[in-house]
Structures are given as structure tokens and as C-alpha cells.
Write a protein that binds this ligand. Structure first.
Ligand code: PEP
Length: 249
């Protein structure tokens, strides 16, 4: 069973209208492998979602960087999953470590969001990953398994979930996990899914790596058997994002 390579670009809280338009033009002009070979999803800030959706080539998709945990209503400042669906946005990133750390999003809260987003028809990039202290304490797999278990406890169907393994110590730091370190956790995560969800989910769910991926390190990481693509932060704002998309070949 082959899992389609997936490359996500997390633009985080960056960009002006002009910068976003330039970035989209760069992506639209890029020659990349076909949609059958690689699924590309870019994630601009909320305020640029419609602009990007309207201008971006149809073979690339758009994700929000977050959504609210339940239906809309009296939740000032939040954006609900059904609003995203209403805009024609079909992906959302949930549980990014910046939100877990800075906004105190817990495993349960993230998992509730994943569950709600899926019921509204969104596809989800669910982020998991350990801090440096946790890695040094030897608890990487325990942490990642607990984050994944919270999700597994709430959802029945994994078809629309991509798991992003993003070691916190590698995000935005320039310290990329070695291909062996990434492969080790991806393989363990897949085993966890096999033992705790099902063999079919373990086999078909894409586990992508995120953390200082760039044009120089993507090829070797992409060559690991359990690395099914990337979630890219900083480099997704630069022309090298196209090289990362091409690392599938
Ligand atoms: C991210 O924000 O998901 C990420 C992986 O960032 P960076 O590529 O900049 O480390």
C-alpha cells in the first residue's frame, strides 16, 4: 500500500496582502510533480484564506491554522470549522506545538478539536511532538503516544487525518531531526497505531515530519520509509518550498 506524499506549508502569522500574492504567484508558476504523486496544502493566516483560495492553482489546497473546538456562537475571536467549510477550505492544522505551548492547548482540547473538525467535513493535519526536555528524559514516545491516544479515543475514522510529527526542539530552530531520528519516531508511531487502532489505519495514515525542513535536508528525510511528507514552516515562505515538494521524486 503506498501512501501519497504530502507537503504542507505553514505560513504561521506572516505576510501582507502583497507578500501573500507574490508567494501564490511563485507557487502557481512552479513546475512540480502531479497531484497523483504529491498532495500540496498551504496554510495562510485566517485573513488571507479566501484570497489564497481564489488565486492558488487548483491542484494545491488550502488549510486553516486552527479552528474552534465546537459549533460557532459566543466565542469572540474564534473561527468555527463550519465557517471554514463555508469558505471552501477543506483542511485545518490542529495541535501545533506553538498553540500547545503558548496557548496551553492540552491533549484533550486538541483531540476534541480534531474530532469536531472531522465531523464538520474538514481534513486534519494533527500535530504531535516532544520538547527537548522530554527527549532528553527518554520520554519521546510516551509523549507522542499520549497526544495520539487522546485523538484515537475520540475518532473512529482516520481517512481524513494526517499526523505531523514535529519535535518541538526542531521547529523554527534550524535543528532538524536526523533522518534516523525521524524514521525511528515515525515507525514507533505507526506501530502504536497498529496496536491501538488497527493495522489498516497504521498502513494508510500518512505520518509527515516537521521541524526545520529545507531544500538541503528534505531529500534524505523523504527517503525514510515511514516519512510520508513534511509540514514546513519557515521554508514554506521561500522558493525552496518548491524543492521540498519535489523531494517526492
Ligand atoms: C512548523 O511550524 O510546523 C514548522 C515545522 O516550522 P519550521 O519548518 O520553521 O521548523
Amino acid at each position: 500500500m503506498s501512501r501519497k506524499f504530502f507537503v504542507g506549508g505553514n505560513w504561521k502569522c506572516n505576510g501582507t496582502t502583497e507578500e501573500v500574492k507574490k508567494l501564490v504567484t511563485m507557487l502557481n508558476e512552479a513546475e512540480v510533480p502531479s497531484e497523483e504523486e504529491v498532495e500540496v496544502v498551504v496554510s495562510p493566516p485566517f485573513v488571507f484564506l479566501t484570497l489564497v483560495k481564489n488565486l492558488l492553482r487548483p491542484d494545491f489546497h488550502v488549510a486553516a491554522q486552527n479552528c474552534w473546538v465546537r459549533k460557532g456562537g459566543a466565542f469572540t475571536g474564534e473561527i468555527s470549522a463550519d465557517m471554514l467549510v463555508n469558505l471552501g477550505i477543506n483542511w485545518v492544522i490542529l495541535g501545533h506545538s506553538e498553540r500547545r505551548a503558548l496557548l496551553n492547548e492540552t491533549n484533550d482540547f486538541v483531540a476534541d478539536k480534531v474530532s469536531h473538525a472531522l465531523t464538520q467535513g474538514l481534513k486534519v493535519i494533527a500535530c504531535v511532538g516532544e520538547t527537548l526536555e522530554q527527549r532528553e528524559a527518554g520520554t519521546t514516545m510516551e509523549v507522542v503516544a499520549a497526544q495520539t491516544k487522546a485523538i484515537a479515543d475520540r475518532i473512529m475514522n482516520w481517512d481524513n487525518v494526517v499526523v505531523a510529527y514535529e519535535p518541538v526542539w526542531a521547529i523554527g530552530t534550524g535543528k532538524v531531526a536526523t533522518p534516523a531520528q525521524a524514521q525511528e519516531v515515525h515507525l514507533e508511531l505507526r506501530k502504536w497505531l497498529k496496536e491501538n487502532v488497527s493495522a489498516q489505519v497504521a498502513e494508510t495514515t500518512r505520518i509527515i515530519y516537521g521541524g526545520s525542513v529545507n531544500a538541503g535536508n528534505c531529500k534524505e528525510l523523504a527517503g525514510q520509509p515511514d516519512v510520508d511528507g513534511f509540514l514546513v514552516g519557515g521554508a514554506s515562505l521561500k522558493p525552496e518550498f518548491v524543492d521540498i515538494i519535489k523531494s517526492v521524486t
